[in-house]
Design a protein around this ligand. Structure first.
Ligand SMILES: [Zn+2]
Length: 81
């Protein structure tokens, strides 16, 4: 069964960060103004504007997101064996 990664991308403070915070029920992204704890250990306020998604990816979040994705894949594989 497909399992989504346990983090979401969130444009904030001029960069695209990632967060494991829960999104509001039914929301596909954190609404603008949501305070979000990022993978690079910052507390930022989401800016879910169109331009926000064009901002460069935060290095710290990118590194951490790849680590989580790798671990996530490993765990999923082990579970299915
Ligand atoms: Zn970040």
């Amino acid at each position: 069964m497909y399992q989504p990664y346990p983090f979401h991308w969130v444009p904030a403070a001029g960069q695209r960060h990632a967060s494991t915070d829960r999104r509001p029920e039914g929301a596909l992204a954190y609404p603008t103004g949501t305070s979000v704890a990022t993978l690079c250990r910052e507390q930022v306020v989401a800016d879910n504007s169109e331009i926000g998604w064009l901002w460069p990816t935060c290095d710290g979040c990118n590194t951490e997101a790849h680590r989580i994705a790798r671990e996530h894949r490993t765990t999923s594989t082990e579970r299915s064996i």
